[in-house]
Design a protein around this ligand. Structure first.
Ligand SMILES: NC(=O)c1ccc[n+]([C@@H]2O[C@H](COP(=O)([O-])OP(=O)(O)OC[C@H]3O[C@@H](n4cnc5c(N)ncnc54)[C@H](O)[C@@H]3O)[C@@H](O)[C@H]2O)c1
Length: 362
């Protein structure tokens, strides 16, 4: 069977992006039907495997200078952005996908990355909100710096479609942040099976499915240049390191995901992919806790979970008191771990706690 249009783009654009890189900086490579730019012609037979694609592209690029576009017969044209993008910052020119980026940690992670020079894809099941947030980021940081894609992390076809869109727009990506997660806290004695399945599907299986799709592009980029390395980072939780009372479905999905991280790390290092988890403590300022209608603070106040608490502030204080550093986790705390994992070239398969001392490894 001959490859689909998307499959052809997915095996050519990432190779172009990496082979056009200079000193660890990579241009964006955008798929277009037609271009007015002068284009270098590359011939890639449908039957070519990855190695043959890399050879064909390298040969064509070796003969060319100042490449502005590449045309591939039967596929289309790829326009090449500047290698040294106008952006500066800790992740300048890198392309990152963040799942669950319409709100909460995911959105704040995406914002921080864009502010430090990255191109960011906000992937969320709530695509309307992700789109709104991507537009706000573009207004602040420039056109094209952020893009929203619809993605349901429990659905392989939806993940594949989002990755296809990312590759068409940027040519590939360097870091995949698996952040989308859900929480339905309830006692094992009463929790409906469907709620357990829901947590497991999003937090655990979703991470597996996303890694399966994302790793193909990252592995191809490594094949194009064996010195190139990339990252998959899962936003886990302190509940992936210690049990969580009346919250087994969530904690189980997070513990299980650390098993996935360790196993993926062992397997994917041959493709130059580091795989790590970050385990944040409670993000009290985010909507999960602070939403005035259904946030955990309001829920815990209503259900009397904290004896004697009369206000949301009382509930919050009780939770802060559990943390040696006496405060909740914030996005800058998480970002310190994200940048550590990207910049550290000699670590994989780890679960990095960011808990203010609430969870200590042993
Ligand atoms: N909030 C905390 O206190 C806390 C603490 C530690 C870890 N975490 C973890 O951080 C991550 C983000 O949590 P948050 O508090 O920002 O959550 P949140 O509820 O504020 O946001 C979650 C986002 O994920 C999206 N989402 C849900 N299901 C999805 C699906 N199937 N496909 C794609 N997107 C989906 C939602 O639309 C939403 O935009 C989660 O993995 C969570 O377990 C949160």
């Amino acid at each position: 069977m001959s490859p689909s249009a998307e499959e052809k783009i997915n095996r050519i654009a990432p190779v172009l992006r990496i082979l056009l890189g200079q000193d660890g900086q990579y241009p964006t490579v955008r798929f277009v039907e037609k271009t007015s730019l002068p284009a270098v012609a590359v011939s890639v037979p449908d039957s070519a495997d990855e190695t043959a694609v890399i050879e064909a592209v390298s040969k064509a690029l070796d003969r060319a200078s100042d490449v502005q576009a590449i045309s591939v017969e039967g596929v289309g044209v790829f326009e090449v952005g500047a290698v040294a993008d106008a952006t500066t910052g800790r992740v300048a020119g890198k392309v990152l996908i963040v799942t669950g980026a319409a709100q909460g940690f995911g959105l704040e992670i995406a914002e921080d990355l864009v502010s430090r020079g990255a191109w960011v894809v906000l992937a969320d099941i709530n695509d309307a909100e992700a789109k709104k947030q991507a537009e706000i980021l573009q207004q602040q940081y420039g056109a094209g710096r952020a893009m929203a894609v619809a993605m349901n992390v429990t659905d392989l076809a939806s993940i594949q479609a989002a990755i296809n869109e990312t590759v068409k727009t940027f040519g590939g990506f360097d870091v995949f942040i698996s952040n989308a997660g859900v929480l339905k806290a309830e006692s094992v004695k009463t929790q409906p099976e469907k709620d357990f399945d829901f947590s497991t599907a999003v937090n655990y299986k979703g991470y597996f499915l996303c890694t399966q799709v994302a790793s193909k592009i990252l592995a191809l980029q490594h094949k194009a240049d064996p010195a190139y390395m990339s990252d998959i980072i899962q936003i886990n939780s302190k509940s992936g390191l210690v049990g969580s009372n009346r919250n087994g479905a969530y904690a189980g999905s997070k513990f299980g995901s650390i098993g996935l991280t360790q196993s993926f790390a062992l397997e994917l290092i041959e493709d130059g992919i580091k795989v790590n988890s970050i385990c944040p403590g409670n993000f009290f300022d985010g909507p999960l806790w602070s939403n005035p209608d259904n946030g955990l603070f309001v829920q815990y106040l209503r259900t009397g979970k904290i004896p004697g608490a009369k206000t949301i502030e009382d509930v919050k204080k009780a939770y802060e008191a559990k943390v040696p550093m006496r405060r909740g986790c914030t996005t800058p705390d998480v970002m310190a771990a994200v940048y550590y994992l990207i910049e550290q070239k000699y670590e994989t398969g780890q679960a990095v706690p960011v808990t203010g001392g609430q969870v200590m490894l042993h």
